[in-house]
Design a protein around this ligand. Structure first.
Ligand SMILES: Cc1ncc(C[n+]2csc(CCOP(=O)(O)OP(=O)(O)O)c2C)c(N)n1
Ligand code: SF4
Ligand SMILES: [Mg+2]
Length: 277
């Protein structure tokens, strides 16, 4: 079979060859994110995946508090803003009234793993058919760099200036592993924006989490280990090096559970009733 490539992608003498174009769903806006922040990379991956799966027109996304509160300014899909960790509860409502919609949540670690712990746990336990994107940068970035449940032991933040001490402040929570134990969770994975190769793997995880929902599976969660150069008191490069070192060591990357869509569909089906003789 002869492939017929797009004329724009075809090399012509003297004409620059287009090898990549940003998806239209990613709007032309100046970013409010700090230089080197990982949120923009996750937005871009979402835009690429949604475009590849033809989702933008069917999507209702839910934005968090935190630095990603303005996600709706960058992604050209319908959005609802759900402050204070309630994105999974709002997404549940959307799912119930709009069963045909593609429902997406986007939350940071303060929003998902601290302020809204109850909502994420129970949405996962119910096996809500939503795709949850969880950007873990180990800190409350927006509000000035306070400690989050995900902050590493020893990490200095504005509310743990001497470093996180387990005796005083408890241990970091691997919330994706916790949620993955719940049978309602069809897919749970952790990737990272730490380098180009990992960004490609993270994109594959996001795509899988979207496909799970499209194919009728249950709750699908992707944790994106990210950086907060400002909150961490590092340059962007130092923050990426830190991410690739101690952060990934504390939060191992990979698919934590993939129960398969068929199991979720079977579990959701009403029990067969034997007809009376
Ligand atoms: C119940 C409640 N407590 C505290 C706040 C203040 N607040 C707004 S955003 C935020 C931190 C968000 O951090 P995170 O979700 O990790 O997002 P990041 O900015 O790091 O991406 C906090 C504490 C709030 N809005 N509501
Ligand atoms: S404070 Fe941190 S998370 Fe927020 S935009 Fe800046 S670098 Fe990103
Ligand atoms: Mg954070």
């Amino acid at each position: 079979m002869t492939l017929n490539p797009s004329p724009e992608l075809t090399a012509r003498p003297g004409v620059p060859r287009l090898i990549y174009r940003k998806p239209d769903v990613l709007l032309d806006r100046s970013t409010h994110y700090c230089p080197g922040c990982g949120h923009g990379i996750v937005h871009r991956l979402l835009a690429e995946v949604m475009t590849e799966l033809d989702l933008p027109a069917h999507t209702i996304a839910v934005a968090p508090v935190g630095c990603a509160v303005f996600a709706y300014d960058y992604l050209n899909v319908d959005f609802v803003e759900a402050p204070h960790g309630r994105a999974p509860a709002v997404a549940t409502g959307i799912r119930r009234v709009r069963p045909e919609a593609f429902v997406l949540t986007y939350q940071g670690d303060g929003d998902l793993a601290a302020i809204g712990t109850a909502e994420i746990v129970h949405a996962a336990a119910r096996g809500e058919r939503i795709t949850a994107i969880f950007v873990n940068n180990g800190i409350y970035g927006m509000t000035g760099g306070q400690m989050a449940p995900t902050t590493l032991l020893g990490q200095k933040t504005t509310s743990s200036p001497s470093g996180r001490d387990a005796a005083l402040m408890g241990y970091p929570i691997r919330i994706t592993e916790m949620l993955a134990q719940l049978p309602g969770v069809t897919y749970a994975a952790r990737g990272s924006i730490a380098d180009a190769s990992l960004i490609g793997k993270l994109k594959a995880m996001i795509k899988r989490a979207c496909l799970v929902q499209m194919e009728g599976g249950g709750f699908a969660l992707v944790e994106a280990l990210s950086n907060c150069p400002v909150g961490w008191g590092m340059t962007p490069q130092e923050s990426l090096d830190h991410l690739k070192g101690p952060v990934i060591e504390a939060y191992p990357l990979g698919v934590i559970v993939d129960r398969g869509v068929a199991a979720a569909v079977a579990a959701a089906a009403p029990a067969a009733v034997e007809s009376e003789a």
